[in-house]
Design a protein around this ligand. Sequence first.
Ligand code: GLC
Length: 473
Amino acid sequence: MKILYVAGEALPFASSGGLGDVIGSLPAAMNESTEHDIRVVMPLYSQIPETFRKKFEFLGSKYIKLSWREQYCGIFRYVHKGVTFYFLDNEYYFRRYALYGEYDDGERFAFFCRAALEILPEIDFIPDILHAHDWHAALSVIYLKQCYAKTDERYANIKSVFTIHNIQYQGQYDMAILGDVFGLMAWDREVVEYKGGINLLKGAIVCADRVSTVSPTYAKEILSPQFSHGLDNVLNANSFKLSGILNGIDRDYYNPSKDKEIFANFSTRNMAGKAECKLGLQRMLGLPERDVPMIAVISRLVSHKGLDLVMLAGEEMMKGDIQLVILGMGDKGYEDYFASLADRYPEKCKTLITYNRDLSKQIYSAADIFLMPSKSEPCGLAQMIASRYGTVPVIHETGGLYDSIKDIGCEKGGNGFTFAAYSAYEMLGSVNRAVSLYYNDREYFDKLRKKVMRVDFSWKQSALSYTELYNQL
Ligand code: GLC
């Protein structure tokens, strides 16, 4: 099958989070392990490094109609790890300060989605399946169903899959811009209307042939108001098309035995490098260079990541003989709190308000325990990456965290420490279990480390599940 992924970001070109990881690694895994031809279309952001841009091949250009506007769209191509990427160029829309969060995101991504469909004849790739990801790409599914498939027979047989990576971000706009910005008609209103406004995620859920999300548990959770951010009614009405497929990670990019970014390499056969990684990080951050359990938090500092629990437990955690390293940026309240915790406990806590992939690898490889107490988590990649680097996860049992990490106390013996109730007290209990295992039974802790490193979080299984989903269509 020919499949086109429509997405707002992909590594190694431009990314703001887990979506970029997925679009940067799933297509390559699919192309390797299946017969499908998966290609990706994304915006040509000014953030894409020049080293890549200069290798992009210019295929041509086209003017895209968007309501009363006619906007230039340059089409570039680049093949990366066997996957063909198309980049859509328009500097007015994509030469901006950030990938998202601009005042006119609605218009920017309407342009992107229309252009993604318009270029198909130009690039001579009419896909069997259009697979759109998150709200930035939602309009491609809506336009396909509401406009193109109805009026142009080249588009009439394209099926669509829409994947929700995080239901919190929905693309909500005032109904007044339905025609003017999105170029939709009065009769399309019903499809995108939600509580009087436009909700692009809702529109894509209604229009897509299949809807998926990034773990089986999250697919169930979002049917309830507690997790749905308002969309449970829409999802329940469309539950026949909903499924959940767990993400994987790129095992070559995250590979402790080969990484050049970390202080020393190690593998389950020779773990000596792991201790060197810890020493290297302690030295770099100015933490005491001692054998003490190091707990890491690597996360966007936003509310659904469960950081309020870490705030509540912060002082208590500082009473133990541990080191805590926090990496991330986001809401100011969290940034300030973790910065002040580090100021007050310089021997125990370091907070790095930034995000940098190399630095994150240095922390994943150095730490012993990885804390991820998300209130909700569609899939979560950090717990898988941490596992790959022998850092034992402590997680809240939700979404993809629940699907990937089981407690060591469970019947079959697990691969981490988990807690069920969303409470700081419960979280502390699990952190303490991990810390005391480190102190009281190091042999067992080291065995557990190797066990978590061996868990297969590759894309292999997920690629099979996506193939099954595509086959249904
Ligand atoms: C979003 C979700 C995260 C998921 C990622 C990739 O960032 O919040 O849980 O792993 O998308 O699907």
